[in-house]
Design a protein around this ligand. Structure first.
Ligand code: GTP
Ligand code: MG
Length: 247
């Protein structure tokens, strides 16, 4: 049993080559696989990854751009069906999540039902080259989700995480619907409902250098709207969401 790292990509042909190079350095000392979740990127990200011929990297090719949440759900189903991974890592392709923070995250807990969250907004965590406006958006998003959902975590929208396979297997992943950032919030909420051990590890988040952000106003609005609905539902029917998310 070893970890597998899921990396969603849409037009990340330059950044993904850099990231896989850094991961190959780590691969000298730790065993893991990587699965790229590519939504038929017009810039041929998938073909470029295949051409690198890393034996421990594969590409799950999806027909069209369907959002981060959908890519991750397909990726989770794909790797869990193989029954050979102990942990499932989620990581952005754009260099914002540093490979050097990964070992501490993988080693953070031995609990069988567990989620480890790479967290920017705790002591030791930081962001590099993010404008104040973007920092404010991220911090306010987490604060709002924390308040609305009552989840005691400090970075609910971040995408650098380690899930134990046992946790993912205990969740009804097909019941999840969120597309953008709120997929991360939904996964944190479901993990808490499943009684997961939740560990936060400080990370340094670096603004992307290559490629173009896929963040949009629609993604922010979806997160705000969904979080408000989930918060209301939790107050009105406190046990319903556990039944909804946990097997
Ligand atoms: N497969 C797939 N990947 C996506 C999709 N949208 C975003 N991604 C990937 O998800 C990761 C995060 O997306 P980003 O555009 O970097 O969004 P972000 O990190 O929230 O925002 P920035 O700070 O602006 O970079 C990147 O690796 C993207 O390529 C999508 O619809 N499908
Ligand atoms: Mg990014």
């Amino acid at each position: 049993m070893k970890p597998v790292i899921l990396i969603p990509t849409y037009n990340e042909s330059i950044a993904i080559v850099e990231l896989l190079k850094s991961l190959s350095d780590l691969h000298q000392t730790r065993d893991f696989d990587v699965v790229i979740l590519d939504d038929n990127s017009p810039d041929k990200t998938a073909d470029i990854v295949d051409s690198l011929k890393y034996s421990w990297v594969s590409v799950l090719r999806r027909p069209h751009k369907a959002g981060l949440g959908a890519a991750y759900r397909a990726g989770f189903a794909h790797v869990l069906a193989m029954h050979k991974y102990s942990q499932v890592v989620t990581m952005d392709a754009d260099g914002s999540h540093r490979v050097q923070d990964l070992p501490a995250m993988l080693d953070a807990t031995n609990a069988s039902i567990a989620i480890t969250l790479g967290t920017r907004w705790i002591p030791g965590g930081s962001v590099v080259n993010w404008p104040k406006s973007r920092q404010l958006l991220s911090k306010s998003g987490t604060r709002y989700a924390r308040l609305a959902l009552g989840i005691p975590l400090n970075d609910l929208t971040g995408g650098f995480r380690v899930y134990s396979s046992a946790l993912l297997n205990s969740l009804k992943l097909t019941e999840m619907t969120a597309t953008g950032y709120c997929f991360q919030i939904e996964m944190a909420m479901a993990s808490e409902l499943a009684g997961a051990t939740m560990v936060e590890v400080p990370i340094t988040f670096v603004e992307r250098i290559n490629g173009v952000s896929k963040m949009s106003r629609a993604i922010v609005i979806e997160a705000l709207w969904q979080t408000t609905l989930w918060g209301l539902a939790r107050r009105l029917r406190p046990n319903a969401d556990k039944l909804h998310y946990v097997k």
